[in-house]
Write a protein that binds this ligand. Structure first.
Ligand code: URP
Ligand code: ZN
Ligand code: ZN
Length: 486
């Protein structure tokens, strides 16, 4: 049997097993997994290395205009390159609809941005901020048919938020057409109310962002979104969970057998509200929503990772430079509510979790693979093409040196942000070679792929996003009535 590329002598790790063997790659697919494969025109020696499925970065904002109307500092070229250096072979940014826009136009626009620039494979989630009759009846079904099978709704941000009625409308389309709904869950009026009072009292420093976005508000909106999903029997992923209140709501729903999933991010494991209180305006670098919390919340998030409450760890990479073009667009002393929300992390997501999760023994390597690749593939309809190492799957591999030691320095990273919230942190373990559909994208610190060589990947209906289809009317006659009348 002939191969284009053989990765030799590594330890292959998937979500469920590990084995020492070679990987034979032909036409972009994994063609054989066994020891002693014949020589190929290109060979990579993975002795002493871990060969993992390429990471799937399922929550990032790239070349996207924010909730305040500010463009992210990464386009599809710098964003995908940074993702690749961090061990990812697929990115799933958001194609964001702003009020008044047609979703079809939005997607066409993002496709033009990505196709020419991405060095790795990509798909999009849709952000639905204007759930018009046309969007619900025509555009969403058409886009789902094209393989865009996930959309995010917001319960906050003036430019993006939907009310409960509109969220039910979106959920019912998702249920009918076979898509997953993702929710940004924070209580909008609690944020508005706290913001007004904080500003009226002259409290405008970045640290007050953390106070205005309360854990109670995150917990309330999470509970509410879960209730909406339960009413119409629609699977729901609560994204960027930061605190115990939301974690408990998700776990409680899961214990009732509801298809409620959870995602968290490195900022809720490694940063705290103290970072928002750094000198001068430096705290602006750490303003994201929900905000980093405290040690108690961090522990609750780690527990949720360990006990299975969370299915995915994503970066929520939302890159804004710390200057007047982005974070400080509203001035050098911008009040906290005018600071662009979001922090970078696409390149460090997996190294952080590997170093602080796997190396410390909090999670094992299989759970790491699940959280960073396999579960995203399953949730979003990419599995088994992506998210695992198996014959017939895309040859998407990240070859890790588990002992490589590294101190984070933003100037080594490949994004276009100019700072890292994790600067100075010592990490162990790094992906040194990254292969996407058989193409070597990164090797030994060098980029080996051309912009535009990544491909749009249409997604299938996901089993995890299927409604349960059960009516539990004896418990509550209204429950699932929403689904019954869709
Ligand atoms: O602060 C954040 N997370 N910014 C990105 C937008 C979002 O809501 O995910
Ligand atoms: Zn969000
Ligand atoms: Zn986000």
């Amino acid at each position: 049997m002939e191969f284009d590329l053989v990765v030799r002598n590594g330890t292959i790790v998937t979500a469920s097993e590990h084995t020492d063997c070679d990987v034979g790659i032909r036409d972009g697919k994994i063609a054989a997994l066994m020891k002693g494969l014949p020589e190929a025109p290109r060979e990579i020696d993975a002795t002493g290395r871990l060969v993992l499925p390429g990471g799937i970065e399922a929550h990032c904002h790239i070349e996207q205009s924010s909730s305040l109307g500010i463009m992210t500092s990464d386009d599809f070229e710098s964003g995908s390159i940074s993702a690749a250096f961090g061990g990812n072979t697929t990115i799933m940014p958001f194609a964001a609809q702003h009020k008044g826009q047609s979703l079809l136009d939005v997607v066409a626009d993002y496709e033009a941005r990505a196709a020419a620039k991405s060095v790795i494979d990509y798909s999009y989630h849709l952000i639905v901020s204007d759930a018009t009759e046309r969007v619900l009846a025509t555009e969403l079904p058409q886009l789902i048919e094209k393989g865009l099978r996930s959309f995010k709704v917001y319960t906050t941000y003036d430019l993006l938020k939907l009310d409960d009625y509109q969220i039910l409308d979106v959920m019912s389309v998702a249920r009918r057409e076979g898509a997953l709904v993702m929710v940004h869950a924070e209580n909008h009026d609690m944020i508005r109310w706290l913001t007004k009072r904080l500003l009226d009292a002259g409290n405008k420093a970045p640290k007050y962002h953390g106070i205005s976005h309360s854990r109670i508000g995150e917990g309330e909106a999470t509970n509410r979104a879960i209730s909406l999903a339960e009413l119409v029997d629609q699977p729901l992923l609560v994204v960027h969970v930061s605190c115990q209140h939301a974690t408990a709501a998700i776990r409680d729903a899961q214990s009732k057998g509801l298809k409620i999933y959870g995602e968290t991010c490195p900022q809720y494991l490694f940063l705290t509200v103290e970072d928002l209180d750094r000198q001068g305006m430096e705290g602006a670098m750490f303003c994201c929503s929900p905000p980093p919390r405290d040690a108690v919340s961090q522990e609750a998030i780690w527990t949720g990772i360990e006990n299975g409450t969370f299915q995915v760890v994503s970066s929520d990479h939302a890159p804004y430079r710390f200057d007047e073009t982005a974070k400080l667009q509203a001035g050098p002393e911008a009040p906290f509510n005018k600071i662009a929300n979001g922090i970078p992390g696409i390149e460090l997501r997996m190294p952080l979790l590997f170093s602080e999760g796997v190396r410390t023994g909090r999670i094992d390597i299989h759970r790491f693979v699940e959280l960073t690749s396999t579960n995203a593939a399953r949730l979003y309809g990419l599995f088994p093409r992506k998210g695992t190492i198996a014959v017939g799957a895309d040859a998407d591999l990240a070859i890790w040196d588990p002992d490589l030691e590294y101190v984070v320095d933003w100037s080594d990273l490949h994004d276009n942000v100019g700072y890292s919230p994790y600067a100075g942190k010592s990490l162990t373990g790094w992906p040194t070679t990254v292969i996407n559909r058989g193409r070597v994208v990164v090797d030994g610190g060098k980029l080996c792929a051309e912009p535009g060589s990544g491909t749009f990947i249409p997604r299938e209906r996901s089993e995890l996003a299927q409604p349960r289809g059960k009516l539990v009317r004896e418990v509550d006659p209204a429950r699932n009535f929403g689904a019954e009348i869709l």
